[in-house]
Design a protein around this ligand. Structure first.
Ligand SMILES: NCc1[nH]cc(CCC(=O)O)c1CC(=O)O
Length: 306
């Protein structure tokens, strides 16, 4: 028996069920069950995530369940996972990545560049807000919280002319046809870990780790090592406008990153390439360069010491 802790949002349940089905296919005699739970982040969906306390909110209850032996593993969107795991827990597998790009979704406009002057755009993240404002200072950008379905409903009810979501979440939920334009990763740099499902387990639980080994994707692991090293050096929170995306081809890696003021008035971008095996060190180096070139001031003005 293997117990999977998961949030109860439709996307989280899809991802947990996907992991369950793959484990079941690899180990036909194993019983795999879902243990759904509500996290503090889900309860606070109506308030701003940044004021509520950030990323850990979506994973804490799942981690508690593993530490108390009510579950053996937790399935996460890596985008929602903080830089550090609690004592006794560790990330044990990363699945093959879905499309990492942000999606432009609109009922009226075919692409971001078609938005008229002053159009209303909804987004749930400071990163998207910053990138968007830097690109198009004329837009009226509003905070859009809630599950993917809730956000699409707000668009359909005409609260916004367009919204930005992750392509991965839309595709997984069978809503890929809502994507009008997939935004280029160089220009519109994705969030650390966007599109990758990660699995956390107890560090000493070798049985669970062995059972999960079949799901592990080394390209995703290489990507995540670079992106998470970058994120860690930059303070490691999702409450800051930080973007980082690595592309891996054979033994090379290229990491793009951005730190921006939420209003887009200042944006620092840079990129670095090197050997894939050096990903984590490249991530740290790129973070140092960003900090030296203005990111330290941007983060400092948001109360983050990096
Ligand atoms: N913060 C919510 C969240 N966490 C992960 C995804 C998308 C799926 C993924 O990145 O794997 C989403 C929804 C969104 O940003 O549109």
């Amino acid at each position: 028996m293997l117990r999977i802790a998961t949030r109860e949002s439709p996307l989280a349940l899809w991802q947990a069920e996907h992991v369950r089905a793959r484990l079941q296919a690899a180990h036909p005699d194993l019983e795999v069950t879902l243990v759904p739970m509500t996290t503090r982040g889900d309860q606070l969906l109506s308030t701003s995530l940044s004021t509520a306390g950030g990323k850990g909110l979506f994973v804490k209850e799942l981690e508690q369940a593993m530490l108390e032996d009510r579950a053996d593993l937790a399935v996460h969107s890596m985008k929602d996972v903080p830089a550090h795991q609690p004592e006794g827990l560790t990330l044990v597998a990363f699945l093959e990545g879905e499309d990492p790009r942000d999606a432009f979704v609109s009922n009226r406009h075919a692409q971001l560049a078609d938005l008229p002057q002053g159009a209303r755009v909804g987004t749930a993240s400071l990163r998207r807000q910053s990138l968007l404002a830097a690109l198009r200072p004329d837009l009226q950008i509003g905070m859009l919280r809630g599950n993917v379905g809730t956000r699409l409903r707000k668009l359909d009810e005409n609260e916004f002319d367009a919204i930005l979501l992750a392509c991965a979440g839309l595709r997984r939920l069978g809503l890929g046809d809502r994507i009008r334009e997939a935004l280029d990763v160089q220009r519109f740099v994705p969030a650390i870990g966007q599109g990758v499902i990660g699995i956390e387990a107890r560090a000493d639980d070798t049985r669970t780790r062995d059972l999960l080994a079949v799901l592990h994707d080394t390209t995703s692991a290489t990507r995540l090592a670079a992106e998470r090293a970058l994120n860690e050096r930059l303070g490691g929170a999702c409450t800051v406008p930080v973007a980082g995306h690595a592309t891996v081809s054979s033994d090379r890696i290229r990491l793009c990153a951005m730190v921006g003021a939420p209003d887009g008035s200042r944006v620092v971008r840079d990129e670095i390439s090197g050997a894939a095996a050096e990903g984590a060190s490249l991530g740290t180096q790129l973070a140092e360069r960003l900090l030296a070139n203005g990111a330290r001031e941007i983060l400092g003005s948001l109360g983050i010491k990096a």
